[in-house]
Write a protein that binds this ligand. Structure first.
Ligand code: NDP
Length: 483
């Protein structure tokens, strides 16, 4: 099986190759086979991408918001028409089951392009009357934005960053994760076909050094990263040394709190969505599942039964609902955490190891009797490992849920509406859920507090992170100077 992209990079409206860069093998996670190769961007490629973006941004920003929006909306429609093809590609890039990718990945990318395409014409300023004088404000683009992606949602991340950036009149240079280099190239190709001028959306491949070179370049005005907290700190520091704008979508160790009055079937469903979708490789996952003592055994029993219904297999088979990890490296990291859970005395309810078949498959794993000090309750695992912790009271669970450096998401299951809102109000997290988990509609802001991030993606909030306001004072009378 070979799925060689046309070329490694997409710059100035065309595919561009430079085989002098470090080769990056594209590995299909379901088999471990190498299905293609791309080359990391050389300094010449980075230069070409930035020059191209810099020049094209002026042309794009000079167009009306309505015209920009119409092009983005057209790209959204093209993505939906090509959903099958893009979903298969996403499955090859990440290993996620087609059952998921057909429903979530290209579609959420299209949602973002449609939503921000719709907003583009309404990005206006204000008029501020000051007696005879007045001030008006103009919402302007930032300039050239760099997007750096993680490997779990390569199409979605390329669109979630690209759509608001382009709607506001910016140009983008996007660097996908080296683990999943293929999907963003297709996004660039479709945007170009939809009418985005050459150079407005570029993709360059590479490892951390390429990301670093982009972040440090003076032509770049904004950096938006989706990645881990350690990388976020490095990238934020580099951007800060040039006073660049940033959006940081980082990791989490989010709490999901299940009170004993919750509907157990819904709570189990929520906990499954919070831990096993995309084989657990979701930043907002609720991996610390706090279950009130009275319903713990009932919860664990139904959870184990329902996990037994997972269909583990070929991700391209539509019946498959649980696929491999995105890379051998991530599989090894997660195996390390499974071993730590056992070593530190957590009770293994199910799973706990590798599935004996080609590719990077791990068993859906649940640990019970997990305590707050255990490594699996403190560190982000980014794999199919749920930690179930017991609790007695509301006050206790809120304090324990907040006792973490992270603050991306939080969820509560309860049939007491007042308690649901009261508890969510006290949880330190950016994206929260009551009687649900992991919904991410483009209409709602998405992002974290504490070490989980800075800024928000999606919704009207994202516009503030991809634009800046110019204010213009207009004097209608004479200027009165002191001398
Ligand atoms: P990493 O932090 O390792 O990498 C993220 C991206 O940054 C990659 O493209 C990486 O390149 C690049 N990078 C690494 N070092 C640097 C550097 N010094 N300067 C510039 N760029 C750099 O994350 P993963 O790809 O391993 O993704 C998993 C992480 O992402 C998890 O922690 C998860 O929580 C988080 N995540 C957060 C989301 C959110 O919205 N909050 C959503 C999805 C994931 P390379 O390809 O070489 O590694």
């Amino acid at each position: 099986m070979q799925l060689q992209p046309t070329a490694s990079h997409f710059i100035g409206g065309e595919y561009v190759e430079d085989t002098n860069g470090t080769p990056i093998e594209i590995v299909y996670p379901a088999t471990g086979e190498v299905i293609g190769t791309v080359y990391a961007a050389t300094p010449e490629i980075i230069e070409r991408a930035l020059e191209s973006a810099k020049a094209a941004q002026k042309v794009w920003a000079a167009m009306s918001g309505r015209d920009r929006g119409r092009i983005l909306t057209r790209a959204a429609a093209m993505i939906m028409e090509r959903n099958h093809e893009l979903s298969v590609l996403e499955t090859y890039d990440t290993g996620k089951p087609y059952q998921e990718t057909i429903a979530v990945d290209a579609t959420s990318g299209a949602d973002a392009l449609e939503y921000f395409g719709g907003l583009a014409a309404s990005l206006t300023g204000e008029h501020i009357p000051l007696g005879d004088d007045w001030v008006y404000t103009v919402r302007e683009p930032l300039g050239v934005c760099v997007g750096i992606g993680a490997w779990n949602y390569p199409t979605q991340i390329a669109c979630w960053k690209g759509a608001p950036a382009l709607a506001c009149g910016n140009a983008m240079v996007f660097k996908p994760s080296e683990t999943t280099p293929m999907c963003a190239l297709k996004v660039a190709e479709i945007l170009h076909e939809a009418g985005v001028p050459a150079g407005v959306y570029n993709v360059v491949q590479g490892m951390g050094e390429v990301g670093g070179a982009l972040v440090n370049d003076p032509r770049v005005d904004k950096v938006s990263l989706t990645g881990s907290v350690p990388t976020g700190k490095k990238v934020y520091a580099a951007a800060a040394s040039h006073l660049k704008h940033v959006t940081m979508e980082l990791g989490g160790k989010s709490p999901l709190i299940i009170f004993d009055d919750a509907d157990v079937e819904n709570a189990v469903g929520g906990a499954i969505l919070a831990n096993f979708y995309s084989s657990g490789q979701v930043c907002s996952n609720g991996t610390r599942v706090f279950v009130q003592k009275d319903i713990k055994e009932k919860f664990l029993k139904r959870l184990a039964e329902r996990l037994g219904d997972a269909v583990i297999g070929d991700p391209l088979d539509e019946a498959t609902s649980f696929g491999p990890m995105a890379s051998a490296r991530q599989m090894d990291i997660v195996l390390g955490y499974m071993a730590k859970g056992k070593e530190e005395g957590a009770r293994l309810v199910c799973g706990g190891g590798r599935i004996e078949r080609p590719g990077f498959y791990l068993e859906p794993t649940v640990f019970a009797d997990v305590t707050d000090d255990m490594t699996i309750a403190r560190e982000e695992i980014f794999g199919p490992v749920m930690s179930v912790l017991d609790f007695d009271t509301e006050e206790e669970v809120i304090a324990r849920a907040n006792a973490t450096e992270f603050g991306l998401s939080a969820g509560v299951f309860t049939s007491d509406l007042s308690r649901g809102h009261r508890v969510i109000g006290k949880l330190e997290a950016g994206s929260c859920f009551i009687n649900s988990y992991n919904d991410a509609p483009v209409e709602a802001p998405f992002g974290g507090v504490k070490n989980s991030g800075v800024g928000r993606e999606n919704s009207k909030e994202a516009i503030n992170h991809y634009s800046q306001v110019k204010s213009v004072y207009v004097r209608m009378g004479d200027v009165e100077a002191p001398f």
